[in-house]
Design a protein around this ligand. Structure first.
Ligand SMILES: *Cc1c(COP(=O)(O)O)cnc(C)c1O
Length: 395
């Protein structure tokens, strides 16, 4: 079963492709699944909740029986907040590894939660390394938990979670992972990388629509989380205990979103699971990055750090390049791109996830070429300053 045999049809309503890291372009079948109403207490819906939890857990591979999956209403951030509040005890202390907006958001969440924390802030994109983590943990015995971002979606970097996990457990501390934009396309196997809990959401690599997130955590951590949460609705232990007892969500579930997600999860399995999905996204990235480089664009990151999720490009130095104009021209051609988040130089991002294949990515490159021509930009090369910035990430 290879992913390239899968037929990916263009959006049927002619809407633009979303080259964004979620919400993203979903299949017609996923959208169609939302046409039916479901009773949240009914056995049929309880069966869907069971399938959802078991299907997600199975993506962990070997060792998944030590974990359980707890879906949580809301966007991904709600699930991150639920995880942090439930697994960092009130007298705990967290080390947040930040290299972009999502790491900083976890730190901000801990501040709201009144949990002691320190931040290793690596700026816009430099990766937090294992030896840095080891040093901070050695210097501060009060730290109980390390919070890592798997793919930092604001730059697209795939952070080195394996060495971070090694450093964390070598120091006898615990790891929590925000794998929001990576889970389902990049392995996070507990048999290879140790962690206590991770979090992701419906509208990223499983290709569902927005409406819930999910926490996947060790059962003993779930047991121990009782009473930790500051929040009634975001209490992971309470949601877990209730779901195990009744098969139901504690409060109104996003029934249509769950129905769509079941269809998305089955398609994920048919595509070949994490390997199949990740393979298609990697091909999307490779075709798109190569084509963009041929136009003169440069990526923020060296190839070794590029995730198959989203890629940051520097804006061209040419004065005729105006991002808003470029955005509009790309949209006219059927592609919604994403503004950049770097603080030092202008950039934009192109997502590789969602219902798209390498043929679509080739069209993205053609659309970029034509948009540059329409703007009168002869060469997409970035300013020298951008390349100096990139040289900071030599390793
Ligand atoms: C998308 C994402 C989130 C959650 O964002 P929401 O807008 O709340 O869905 C959290 N962390 C990462 C790394 C993400 O990519």
């Amino acid at each position: 079963m290879t992913a390239s045999k899968q037929q990916i049809e263009p959006p049927r309503l002619g809407e633009p492709y979303l080259l964004t890291p979620g919400p993203l372009t979903t299949s017609y079948e996923v959208k169609e699944a939302m046409l039916r109403d479901w009773g949240s207490w009914d056995d049929d819906f309880r069966g869907m909740t069971r399938e959802l939890r078991a299907g997600l857990l199975a993506l962990l591979g070997e060792g998944s029986d030590e974990f359980d999956c707890v879906p949580m209403q809301g966007s991904g951030t709600f699930a991150v907040e639920a995880m942090l509040a439930s697994f960092v005890p009130r007298d705990g202390k967290a080390l947040v590894l930040a290299n972009g907006a999502y790491g900083l958001r976890s730190a901000q969440t801990l501040a709201y939660l009144n949990r002691a924390h320190v931040v290793l802030d690596k700026g816009d994109y430099l990766p937090p390394r294992g030896d840095e983590v080891a040093q901070i943990l050695a210097d501060d015995p009060d730290i109980t938990h390390v919070i890592a971002i798997h793919c930092e979606t604001s730059s697209g970097i795939l952070n080195p979670v394996e060495e971070i996990s090694e450093a964390t457990y070598a120091a006898g501390r615990k790891l929590l992972v925000d794998s929001m934009s990576a889970f389902g396309a990049v392995d996070l196997k507990p048999s290879e990388i140790r962690y206590e809990a991770m979090v992701s959401s419906a509208n990223k690599c499983i290709e569902g629509v927005p409406g819930f997130g999910f926490v996947i955590a060790r059962k003993d951590e779930l047991e121990a989380a009782k009473g930790n949460s500051h929040s009634l609705s975001l209490d992971v232990h309470a949601q877990w205990a209730h779901m195990n007892k009744t098969g139901q969500w504690r409060f109104t579930p996003p029934t249509h979103v769950v129905a769509a997600f079941i269809v998305a999860l089955r398609a994920h399995a048919i595509e070949g699971g994490v390997a199949g999905r990740g393979g298609r996204y990697a091909r999307n990235r490779d075709v798109m990055v190569q084509g963009m480089r041929e136009l003169g664009f440069e990526t923020l990151l060296d190839s070794r750090w590029l995730s198959p999720i989203i890629v940051t490009f520097f804006c061209p130095a040419d004065e005729k390049f105006v991002f808003d104009t470029f955005y509009g021209l790309m949209k006219d051609k059927g592609f919604i791109i994403y503004p950049g988040k770097l603080t030092v130089v202008d950039s934009f991002r192109v997502g590789c996830i969602g219902q798209m294949d390498e043929h679509v990515m080739q069209q993205v490159v053609t659309a970029a070429k034509e948009s540059l021509e329409e703007m009168g930009v002869a060469n997409a090369a970035p300013p020298a300053r951008a390349l100096e910035e990139r040289a900071k990430l030599a390793a």
